[in-house]
Ligand binder design. Structure first.
Ligand code: TGC
Ligand code: FAD
Length: 391
């Protein structure tokens, strides 16, 4: 099959710097050469391709937008382009990198002590320490402010009790960022760094998923887990702590979704031009061209949205509701495009020989995690109306 061609109808490449194009092309080659040859097998087996971790670390993909501590110090757009390319491979591979960089390294970077940063960040950038982020609980998903996980003060530190659910990287993580209440309400929430092997801490894997199969998803169980004072992130308290990390990860997902869209569009276009019915390529039928036109329009709009958001982020001006709007829009359309691609492929679309079915299945998770489609609707709705639907 000829090489992948990314759609760029409005010459957005010209709006990227040379460095950004180089980073994008490096990630693109990595996905073509290292991810795509193995990903279907891992998806079928329900396993994460662990050998990609040192390779992603080597290329500087972990915490790529953080400065110092062994991180690449790239801008927001370059970081977004890495997420885009990884998700062209598989949402699970992008998830691993998002969680490592945006949800585990970022809180240490933004809210950790100097000692915590020195201890963890260089090894996380090098892929020697894998992280996870424990916010969601069995009974508290969209409403993390009601979490039940507790941290109780002791003479030398804290004792943690509770259960986190649906935690990406959980069972393969060496370090978990666990959010817990230290008092009665959400304003008492603090972040704790819990190391694998700490007595009372376990991370059983969640099995039988039909989405994000090439990704590890786990429970985190904390039963009288004792951690020292030095395990608490000193720089933040309240729900703002975890939510500010989600801003970073949701931003990356807004870009990642474009990669999934591009993979599905590329596959659908190739198939439609090659597949003949009624004596002509199905791409020649008006109904197919309508589908392809809709897909290309939405990809182009998603690209413009992500790029503008990235430039705002680089200027320190991206607002959380803008990130919500972009995550909501781009993931919604990625899922629509994956389903439309599957339709264009007919029966072939339901096999593992093609990617669109895998992307569609994955995107059912992506539209749910990091804030569901409905939650992002209400965040944007609050911005537009001044009325808070959550209160
Ligand atoms: P609310 O009263 O609005 O806010 C509480 C405090 O938080 C502040 N805040 C934010 N700060 C930074 N960034 C944001 N985006 C923020 N949103 C709110 C806010 O200013 C306030 O601060 P303060 O100092 O005044 O106290 O909170 P609420 O309880 O009404 O909840 C709001 C809501 C529903 C939007 C929020 O809870 C929410 O976003 N829920 C969705 C939960 C979610 O996204 N979970 C994701 C879990 S992690 C995950 O899915 C990883 S998947 C990884 C992968 O595999 O890629
Ligand atoms: P609920 O909050 O119970 O929502 C159920 C339905 O009700 C949804 O459709 C929702 O939109 C709707 N709903 C809820 N509240 C409202 C409202 N106010 N108005 C209208 N509709 C509403 N979490 C982590 O902490 N760390 C991770 O690494 C992580 N990784 C994940 C990986 C995967 C594969 C998945 C699937 C999830 C992951 N999550 C993770 C959890 C994810 O963030 C939650 O699933 C998500 O926040 C939604 O919570 P919930 O599933 O409990 O659904």
């Amino acid at each position: 099959m000829s090489a992948y061609r990314a759609l760029d109808l409005f010459e957005l490449d010209a709006l990227l710097t040379e460095e950004e194009r180089l980073v994008r092309d490096t990630a693109r080659s990595f996905v073509s050469e290292r991810v795509l040859p193995v990903i279907e097998r891992h998806f079928e087996q329900g396993s994460f391709p662990m050998d990609l971790i040192p390779q992603m670390a080597e290329l500087g993909f972990f915490g790529a937008n953080l400065e110092g501590y062994g991180c690449a110090g790239l801008g927001a757009v370059a970081y977004g382009l890495i997420m885009q390319e990884l998700e062209r491979g598989d949402s699970g591979v992008r998830s691993c990198a998002s969680v490592q960089g945006s949800l585990c390294m970022y809180p240490i970077y933004a809210y950790g002590s100097e000692e915590q940063k020195e201890r963890w960040l260089p090894r996380m950038a090098a892929g020697e320490v894998i992280g996870c982020f424990g916010l969601t609980e069995p009974d508290h998903g969209s409403d993390p402010g009601s979490m039940q996980t507790r941290a109780r003060r002791t003479a030398g530190g804290w004792v943690l009790n509770g259960t986190k659910r649906w935690i990406t990287n959980g069972s393969i993580a060496d370090l978990a960022v666990v959010w817990a209440r230290t008092g009665e309400d959400a304003s008492s929430i603090r972040g704790f760094l819990v190391e694998k092997g700490t007595p009372g801490f376990s991370a059983p894997q969640i099995e039988r998923k039909w989405s994000l199969r090439a990704s590890v998803t786990s429970d985190l169980i904390l039963e009288d887990v004792e951690v020292p004072d030095s395990a608490m992130l000193p720089g933040v308290q309240g729900l703002r702590g975890p939510l500010s990390c989600l801003n970073q990860a949701r931003y990356g997902i807004a870009w990642g979704a474009i990669g999934a869209m591009q993979a599905c569009f590329d596959e659908a276009l190739r198939y439609a031009t090659a597949r003949t019915q009624f004596g002509r390529p199905i791409a020649g039928f008006q109904l197919t061209q309508h589908k392809l036109c809709e897909m290309a329009s939405e990809i182009t709009k998603a690209q413009l949205l992500a790029l503008r958001l990235g430039r705002l982020k680089e200027q320190g001006r991206a607002q959380p509701w803008q990130i919500s709007l972009a995550k909501r829009n781009n993931v919604y359309w990625a899922l629509e495009i994956a389903r439309t691609a599957r339709q264009i492929l007919g029966a072939s679309g339901i096999t593992h020989e093609y990617q669109c079915g895998r992307h569609a299945a994955n995107l059912e998770s992506v539209i749910t995690y990091e804030g569901t489609h409905e939650i992002h609707t209400l965040i944007v709705g609050k911005q537009l109306t001044g009325l808070d639907a959550f209160q």
